[in-house]
Design a protein around this ligand. Structure first.
Ligand code: SF4
Ligand code: SF4
Length: 310
């Protein structure tokens, strides 16, 4: 079975890439699964989409943990733990990165044992969530790398999946996808199918328990004004921002202003204090804090430490 993961940011077309690749596999008589996975609900946030393709019925479900091919549309996501780009990579996995840097740079930087290929990145744009046609280029390149999808199947998949965009955009997408397909000619069939996943080796995920709220809070009916404070969005968090008060220089207007949820309260002395009941873990504060005084800690580790502390 082929197991392929596409990583990108909301707006870069990863869902479309997985659909196009899945359809192209289907046209080559494969059974397929393709599905996107969204994290934070905003444009620019890391998302991934995955494709399974096999000549036999696919009984495997859920996230692909041991991919044969990982395609990264935006190289700024590679070092972001929450994006999970490097999850499950081994010597068998081919990593394709859309980047201005070389494969040697990425191999050295990530200390990877598997093969790395580069899909040459176009011109840098201000808003990376709007990188033009990057998703379809990723789909085209992936189609060539798996070695079982013909140019004709890719073309038909694009025409079918993108028909609603109109003829002009379909042609532009086709051009970009086929260019990427041809670019990977030297590495055609560079991806090999992985074996069956054994339940014996299955490692359960590190769940974070999220208790149910009572129906007066969790139900979709709005019962009264100013009730949103009762919805503990802190339950959404996978990473927890923690302020190191030794390094914090009390420039409170930075973190408290950038927090989209108003979850950073400021004391009269200018000390910022994160309200973990309502911090959803977007980590904007981590990236904006001038002296890097806010650390992102995996939620399950932060919870474990909290439970152990007296
Ligand atoms: S931005 Fe950083 S340094 Fe400034 S108050 Fe917030 S945590 Fe402290
Ligand atoms: S991670 Fe930071 S910016 Fe995001 S909601 Fe929590 S406190 Fe606010």
């Amino acid at each position: 079975m082929f197991r392929i993961r596409f990583h990108g940011r909301g707006g870069q077309g990863m869902k479309t890439a997985s659909r196009v690749l899945g359809s192209a596999f289907f046209l080559e008589d494969y059974e397929i699964q393709d599905a996107p996975r969204y994290g934070a609900e905003r444009r620019g946030a890391p998302i991934f989409a995955y494709v399974r393709a096999s000549k036999h019925p696919i009984n495997e479900r859920g996230i692909i943990r041991q991919p044969d091919l990982v395609v990264v549309a935006d190289d700024s996501l590679v070092p972001v733990p929450a994006a999970g780009v490097l999850q499950g990579l081994d010597e068998h996995t081919l990593l394709l990165i859309n980047s201005h840097e070389t494969a040697e740079v990425w191999t050295g930087r990530l200390n990877l044992s598997g093969k790395v290929l580069i899909l040459p990145a176009g011109e840098e744009v201000e808003d990376r969530a709007a990188l033009p046609f990057v998703g379809i280029a990723c789909a085209g390149a992936a189609a060539r790398l798996v070695g079982v999808i013909s140019r004709a199947a890719l073309e038909e998949a694009i025409r079918t999946e993108l028909a609603a965009l109109g003829a002009e955009l379909v042609e532009k997408n086709l051009q970009v996808a086929l260019q990427a397909y041809d670019l990977m000619q030297a590495h055609a069939a560079g991806v090999s199918e992985g074996g069956d996943a054994s339940a014996a080796a299955y490692e359960p995920p590190q769940w974070v328990s999220t208790p149910f709220e009572g129906v007066d809070i969790a139900a979709p009916t709005v019962h009264g004004g100013a009730t949103s404070v009762q919805v503990k969005t802190g339950l959404w968090r996978t990473m927890r921002p923690i302020i190191d008060y030794q390094r914090c220089n009390r420039c409170w207007w930075v973190c408290s202003t950038f927090c989209p949820d108003g979850a950073i309260n400021v004391s009269e002395e200018g000390r910022p204090d994160i309200d973990y009941d309502h911090c959803k873990g977007c980590l904007i504060c981590v990236s904006k804090c001038p002296p890097h005084a806010i650390e992102a800690v995996p939620e399950h580790l932060a919870q474990a430490e909290q439970e152990q502390s007296p």
